[in-house]
Ligand binder design. Structure first.
Ligand code: KIV
Ligand code: ZN
Length: 575
């Protein structure tokens, strides 16, 4: 294979297209990810060094415990030679035996002897450590930062590896794994990446039983993710002693494709992934490990990390770093499980209902296939409650869902359409999202009217055996009391005939009637126990227009009668 696999591209004004990798027999596009990689969190180092106020020891400790709780077995805890805080944190973990036995702590160090000396010093007494050596390798870094030739850079890496190797006897009793990163690998010529990495491999002499980690960072995303995948596949094929290496990915997010680059890098043969929670890190951030892990979970692959309490993790992260997770961040953002659009809400509602029904029928959890929801929110500690929110774009389904869920108000389908129009124009005028309590208020404001007719009392006799009875009704009308009587085979029937006996009320029929007890919603704070939905139509109305009335009452009978009056009052239009 051609070791200098890059094919130069023509100059294009100020910027230049990144050279394509010559890899005609590339394998990664037709592969699938079938297992989770080894994960390493670099939150306490790469994320921390990018903070305006780096974490103090107490915050680093809190973050460390959170990482352990998520199941990370490799954690880069810092850069011990960089500051007293960094050194002190490493010592605290080791001396107070705060690291679980199955967790490797990783520390970063550049190829400088005095810094390597200090780093080794910081690790004495640890149980398991990964010593991570790095030096930058890209043409720009060689030229601008180091002013060194390729040969001199290789020598720098070789010498750094040697300084570490010479000092390993000082870590007797400690299990040590070695890691090398040709920093800026993504912008480095592949043949040079291989040469510099081979030089380190030659010094450290890993074996299949005692592997070293070769971390190939996409320090800056200078090309599309497929290019990074090509670079990884090329390295896997050309590096010496591949079977003694753990190939590791470390991507940043300059082009917004850090997750894609990592996933394609895994297809290309990598074994391990470095990243941070919520993708914090230098500039546009590091790879968000949570996203890659949960992406695997949605494909039925156990990620080996536990993000079932994502809100808690986010709270720890935000407190320790002072950063915030944007509302549309994959999986963790506030709006990720929210649908405002009516058609989306409807599809989600139906999908959730179908799933519940299937699970009940089969007695086991059914396959997740709910429209618009990539993952079951409850798998990451979120609830369905936040799925449906309402603004001026929402349809009747969302309104109905919220009222039912929060207050147990199950609007009849025919009323949903009517209320949908009313609520949407009110919400549109407000120009913002509304909550379930506001919707309930809108519903009752619109459909529960006590002016001009208000029920004062109602009694019925003579229908005990289910026959025709006589109702005595007392109403107030603009300050006066009006008494009426009417016969019927039940309270509603008799009440309607009493009202129809009044010359002041146009003759009407009840065209829809439904009542329900309340109190099953999550916010069932109302004292009332029943709700009635009534639709009336005037018999002499040529347009056949109908009117809705709704009433909430402690008595189910009074709720129905007051709903009839509400419909009548709305029709009178004096409310
Ligand atoms: O982004 C990077 O290249 C790094 C290295 C030190 C691994 O953080
Ligand atoms: Zn980095």
């Amino acid at each position: 294979m051609n070791t200098d696999a890059s094919v130069p591209q023509p100059l294009n004004g100020k910027y230049r297209a990144f050279p394509q990798i010559h890899l005609p027999h590339r394998q990664w596009p037709s592969r699938a990810i079938t297992t989770a990689p080894i994960w390493c969190s670099v939150d306490l180092r790469d994320c921390n060094q990018a903070l305006a106020t780096p974490m103090n020891v107490a915050r680093k400790l809190e973050f460390f415990y959170a990482l352990v709780a998520c199941g990370f077995k490799q954690i880069e805890i810092g850069f011990p030679s960089a500051s007293e805080t960094e050194f002190g944190f490493v010592r605290r973990l080791i001396e107070e035996k705060l690291v679980p036995n199955d967790v490797w702590i990783q520390v970063l160090v550049p190829a400088r002897e005095e810094l390597i000396e200090e780093t080794i010093e910081s690790l004495v007494g640890a149980k398991r450590v990964i010593i991570h050596l790095y030096n930058s390798t890209s043409p720009a870094q060689r030229r601008v930062v180091f002013g060194k030739s390729e040969k001199e850079i290789i020598e720098l890496a070789r010498q750094g590896a040697l300084w570490i190797k010479e000092r390993l006897p000082r870590l007797e009793g400690t299990e040590v794994m070695l890691q090398y990163s040709p920093e800026s690998f993504s912008a480095t010529e592949l043949s040079f990446s291989k040469d510099v990495s081979d030089a380190v491999i030659e010094v450290w002499r890993p074996t299949p039983e005692r592997k070293m980690i070769l971390n190939l960072p996409c320090t800056v995303e200078v090309a599309t993710p497929n290019t990074y995948a090509d670079q990884i596949e090329w390295m896997c094929a050309n590096i010496s002693q591949r079977d003694s290496l753990i190939i590791s990915l470390h991507t940043h997010n300059d082009r917004g494709t850090g997750v894609a680059a990592t996933e394609l890098g895994l297809l290309a043969g990598a074994d391990r992934v470095e990243g941070t929670l919520f993708g914090n890190g230098e500039r546009t951030g590091n790879l968000d490990i949570i996203t890659v892990a949960l992406n695997l979970q949605t494909q039925g692959i156990k990620p080996g990390l536990n993000f079932s309490r994502l809100a808690w993790l986010q709270a720890v992260y935000e407190e320790c770093t002072g950063m915030i997770v944007p509302p549309r961040h994959p999986y963790s953002g506030e709006l990720v499980f929210t649908a405002f659009s009516g058609s989306h809400q409807d599809a989600i509602k139906k999908g959730l209902a179908e799933r519940e029904c299937n699970s009940k029928k089969s007695g086991q959890e059914s396959h997740w296939d709910v429209p618009y929801l990539l993952i079951d929110p409850s798998d990451i500690g979120r609830t369905y409650n936040e799925v449906i929110r309402v603004n001026g774009q929402s349809g009747k389904g969302g309104l109905a869902y919220l009222l039912e869920r929060e207050f147990g108000i199950g609007l009849p389908r025919v009323l949903q359409a009517d209320f949908g129009r009313v609520a949407n124009s009110k919400i549109d005028a407000l120009g913002r999202e509304v909550n379930a309590s506001e919707l309930r208020e809108m519903l009752l404001d619109e459909y529960e009217c006590e002016i001009p007719w208000r029920l004062e009392s109602f009694s019925m006799e003579g229908n005990e055996g289910g026959g025709i009875g006589l109702a005595t009704v007392s109403l107030s009308f603009q300050g006066d009391t009006v008494s009426l009587e009417g016969k019927g085979n039940g309270p509603v029937d008799a009440f309607v005939s009493a009202l129809n006996s009044s010359a002041a009320i146009p003759h009407f029929n009840v065209s829809f009637y439904e009542e329900a007890s309340l109190g099953t919603g999550t916010a069932s704070v109302q004292k009332s126990s029943a709700i009635a939905y009534i639709q009336i139509a005037f018999t002499r109305d040529r347009e056949k227009k109908s009117w809705w009335g709704v009433a909430v009452d402690t008595s189910i009978e009074h709720a129905a009668l007051r709903a009839i009056l509400s419909a009548l009052n709305r029709a009178c239009g004096i409310n």
